[in-house]
Structures are given as C-alpha cells and as structure tokens.
Design a protein around this ligand. Sequence first.
Ligand code: ATP
Length: 240
Amino acid sequence: MSFLELEDLTLRHGLLEAVHGVSLELGEGEVLALVGANGAGKTTLLRGLAGAHRPAAGRILLDGRDITRMPAYKRVHIGIALVPEGRRLFANLTVEENLRVAACNPGRGHWTLERVLEAFPMLGPLRRQRAATLSGGEQQATAIGRALMTNPRLLLLDEVSLGLAPIAIEAVYASLKAVLAEGTTVLLVDQDFTRAAAIAHRVVCMLEGRFVLEGKGSELTREQITEAYFGLGRTVETTA
Ligand code: ATP
C-alpha cells in the first residue's frame, strides 16, 4: 500500500476540467516534483489534495484511507499541509505569530518554533517583524515554516521559487534540504525544473490536466522535458 494514492482524480472549475483523471502513487518519504507550463493544472491538483478544492470524480487515499471528501481542516490534523502559491501570510502578524498560529499536532513530528527558526536561519532576526514588510524569500520561508508547524506527513509546496531573487531561491532550497532530511513526503511544484528535479526522487510533468511524462530527474533529457512541457510531440490537426 502506498502512502498517497490518487485514483482517476478529476477536478473542475465550473465547466472547465483542469485535471483530467490523473492517477499517482507516492511512497512515504518520497519527494516528487510536479512541473508543467502555466495553466497545466498543478495548483488545482495541490488544492484538491489539501481539501481546498473538491474533486469532481476519482479518489484520494492516504495510508489506504479514502479522504476524498474530508474537509481541509481535518486534513491538516491527519498531516497534510499546503504552502500555497503567493504564500498568503497574515500580513499584519509578525513572523513568529504567523508560525505560532499554525502550531498543531505536537508530538507527531519534529517541528517546533525553535526548530523552524533553526532550519530557516534568515527568520531568526525577523521574528518580531510584520509579514507585510518581508521580502519575497523571507515570506516564502515563513510560509514553509508555518506549514511545518503543523508537523505534516505530506507537505505540498506550490511554486516555491516564483517571484524570488536568485539568492533567495538558493536560501529557501538550502533550508528545504534540512526539511527533507526529516523524511517528510513532499510534492513540490516549481517552474524551475532543474532545481526541483535536483532535490526530487521523481519528476512528473503535467500538460493540460494530464500527466504526460514521469521519471527520475537525472534520467529525463532536456528534449523530453521540453516536449512534455509544451506538448511539442503531439500531432497538430489541420483543416485543409
Ligand atoms: P500556474 O503555474 O499558472 O498557476 P497551474 O499549472 O498551477 O498554472 P492551474 O492554476 O491549476 O494551473 O490552472 C489550471 C486551469 O484551470 C487553467 O486553465 C486555469 O485557467 C483554470 N483555473 C484555475 N483557477 C481557476 C478558477 N478559480 N476559476 C476558473 N478557472 C480556473
């Protein structure tokens, strides 16, 4: 039995089918990078896993238990945490307050305020600073730290490096390595394929709501990724 299983999962926005019956198995401790162009369906899928978007069809199983209809707040308690695209911090709260507000499930995992501040050294001097005044990289570190405060078993990271300066991306990924060392299962979305593939055990490429390529990052060629990313290998129908 896999830790996480998706069976024919379909997610819609009204009439638009953003994720078309995808299936996936993820082992405990596995790190999976989900890549793909804008609009491929990555965010919708992550939100579906976190319980923020109700699937139209298919099933989500965690430890073999069907959680497809479980509300988001209960998923946090069974160990699913989402770091959403755009971070969504509480702008008027300090870094420390943003972290403390999420604290739950003590005893299940390793994460406490002190340990988050150790893993993200850039946050220490900013503890009492309001989130609204942080740089993009500092906000991302706070958002990941906030998710860790729930002691997740499955960490969902959406667009880790989007909008960050190269030096901030370096720092966030360096801290992520400390997180991965704890053996947390991670599903990571990043437009930066090279960086995501470097820390992932497996890469899945998504195109127009479907998984079109899967493999170890080190085994996939740049041509395969480019083709899958943009759908270049598909035949184009023309009307003569
Ligand atoms: P991005 O990197 O741009 O966030 P993505 O791969 O995460 O792309 P999604 O954001 O999941 O893709 O979008 C998948 C499809 O669903 C797109 O066609 C998008 O326009 C559509 N979509 C996303 N959110 C909504 C919404 N709230 N209402 C209607 N359509 C939406």
